[in-house]
Write a protein that binds this ligand. Structure first.
Ligand code: PEP
Ligand code: MG
Length: 584
């Protein structure tokens, strides 16, 4: 989508492919689009044409092999990517088919284009989006062979310190551009799975893809802003917009700098036990902050926040757009969408009448099963979002096996519907449940054998275990997830997941609480999901504890009879609601 303002500023919306802000002059990389020539060769021209093709193929392979050498210093991902190009270029079936065409009198360029077209058409027809995106690999190799046939190679030098605008960008271009300190990328095509996008993220270079006709619309040397968080490209910005983005760019750099020391560090205890750190988010923009802080995925998207935001149940398309925004910003990191947890103190539209005791009423999965129309729409929207294979679905407030089984059946029904409609989705999309009722924790061994992952919601697990309204100040002194009963349920859940061989995380507030880290590590939790600003502090704490000490600590906690005793063992008498975060 393009908007042209009266000041000649163009604002274009594409797909955010690599986070960050880049501001600079455009370098438009236009390659002649090769077209099929109808000519037929004379008999004597055939050997010349065969030799020309052999030389071009040789030059292409040499260029690719040189790029592999360059890649050895940069990224191992790139090596395998370029190796896959070499495989395409040297595929004997493909090359002998091209040679066969030339021998029949077809000029080399036409033979190359026609043969690659056959393969591209097959890939385009694939249901699997990953396979479809491989069309670009074929296109890159084809463009290179054609360029070599025309004795024309791209001049990378001009791209230094600028924003590259191109139809597509190959990984080997990326390597050269990185060396020249290219500021950002804008491309016309390219899925977020494309190798070049993976590289842009690896190299930390902001990129927006999928801007149609970018190479026609954007002129070389014009000032361009690339907002790789939102997927926006602004050409010839007005002064105010430019200043706003200069400030945003500076803030991003400063923020990264402050937290930078820990961002790239592993989340490993002193004795080498690795944990996964994910983020809880309520909106697409929060994903950016989480990624900047180096999270390893989004462990909880509270999708009911979309309902709160728009005040009604959205259509499948509206939901899909919101979920995609989140999943694409996080890609390739996994994102766990929790189905609407409506009811209780949250969004209440659609609850048929006033409930005396809403926290124990039609909440979470109970409401979703009561309104299968709303639930199925959401499942379909999340499945639609799953095509890139980085999406998981999580069920809130499960307390009976029947709820889980009916929900699973509805997911299968939605998959069948989408498959029938020819919609692309991940047929293996992982399904998990939240353990936030005592029933779910006690039944965890059964549930764990029927799902792909568990996630412990300590906020509600405490509320329901202690029969204490989490929002009621009058009983706030009782509401504490550090109560031994809650801790035991957490430990039972972790054990059930371990036995079933599935991952288990904690996504309730306890995950980010300073006093709880050692206990959770000692219990055997390997994944924690917290709000983005807590990520680095939590990483800092994990890196400063020893797993062996934590295990010893948990042995002592298992002897505790009261919340106060638990805090005493943890060396902190401070209630977690009073805060108490340590500083980085
Ligand atoms: C929880 O209950 O711990 C949880 C993460 O879910 P929510 O806070 O959204 O109820
Ligand atoms: Mg909850």
């Amino acid at each position: 989508m393009t908007t042209l303002t009266s000041h000649g500023t163009r604002i274009m919306k594409g797909i955010p492919a690599s986070p960050g802000i880049a501001i600079g002059r455009a370098f438009v990389l236009s390659t002649d689009s090769p077209s099929v020539q109808p000519d037929v060769l004379n008999e004597h021209e055939i050997p010349v044409e065969l030799a020309r093709f052999a030389t071009a193929l040789d030059a292409t392979t040499t260029e690719l092999l040189n790029a592999i050498e360059l890649a050895r210093k940069e990224s191992s991902t790139v090596i395998s990517i370029i190796e896959s190009y070499v495989l395409i270029a040297s595929d004997p079936v493909m090359t002998s088919a091209i040679v066969g065409r030339i021998k029949k009198g077809v000029p080399a360029e036409t033979a190359v284009l026609s043969e690659f077209d056959v393969h591209k058409t097959i890939l385009y027809g694939a249901r699997d989006s990953l396979l479809r995106e491989r069309v670009q690999d074929f296109e890159h190799v084809m463009e290179r062979i054609i360029a070599a046939l025309r004795n024309r190679t791209l001049s990378h030098e001009q791209a230094g310190n600028s924003i590259v605008v191109s139809g597509s960008i190959t990984p080997q271009d990326m390597l050269f551009f990185k060396q020249l300190h290219t500021l950002g990328y804008v491309t016309e095509i390219g899925g977020i799975n494309s190798h070049s996008c993976i590289l842009a993220r690896d190299f930390g270079i902001p990129a927006v893809i999928g801007i149609r006709n970018a190479t026609d619309i954007i002129e070389s040397d014009s000032i361009v802003i690339v907002d790789g968080f939102a997927g926006i490209v602004i050409v010839n910005p007005e002064t105010d917009t430019l200043n706003e983005y200069i400030t945003k760019h500076r803030e991003v750099v400063e923020y990264r700098g402050r937290l930078g020391a820990l961002v790239g560090e592993p989340t490993t205890t002193k004795d080498g036990i690795a944990l996964t750190l994910k983020a809880n988010v309520d909106s697409p923009t929060q994903v950016d902050a989480a990624i900047m802080a180096g999270c390893q995925g989004i462990g909880l998207v509270r999708t009911e926040m979309l309902l709160v935001q728009i005040g009604r149940y959205p259509t499948v398309d509206e939901q899909t757009a919101w979920y995609r925004d989140i999943a694409e910003r996080a890609y390739p990191l996994p994102v766990t969408f929790r189905a609407f947890d409506v009811g209780s103190d949250k969004f209440r539209d659609g609850i048929p009448h006033h409930e005396e005791n809403p926290a124990l009423g039609l909440r979470g999965i109970r409401f979703l099963l009561y309104r299968p129309d709303i639930f199925e729409n959401q499942i379909c929207a999340i499945l639609r979002t799953s095509a890139n294979r980085n999406v998981r679905l999580m069920l809130p407030m499960i307390s009976t096996l029947e709820e889980l089984e009916i929900a699973k059946h509805m997911v299968e029904k939605c998959k069948a519907r989408l498959a029938f409609e020819g919609v692309d989705f991940d047929p293996e999309m992982p399904l998990g449940v939240m353990v936030e009722t005592p029933a779910a924790a006690l039944m965890a061994p059964i549930y764990a054998s029927r799902v792909d992952f568990l996630s412990i919601g300590t906020n509600d697990l405490a509320q329901y275990t202690l029969a204490t309204d989490r929002t009621n100040e009058l009983v706030a002194n009782i509401f504490d997830a550090m109560h031994p009963a809650v801790v035991r349920l957490i430990a039972m859940t972790v054990e059930a997941a371990r036995t079933a061989g599935i991952p288990v995380s904690v996504c309730g507030e306890m995950a980010g609480h300073a006093a709880a880290t050692e206990m959770l590590v000692g219990i055997g939790i390997h994944e924690l999901s917290v709000s983005p600003p807590l990520l680095l502090e939590l990483k800092h704490r994990i890196r400063s504890v020893s797993h062996a000490d934590c295990v010893e600590l948990v042995k002592q906690i298992s002897q505790c009879n009261t919340t106060t005793e638990v805090y005493a063992v943890l060396g902190s008498l401070q209630s977690w609601r009073d805060g108490g975060e340590s500083s980085v």
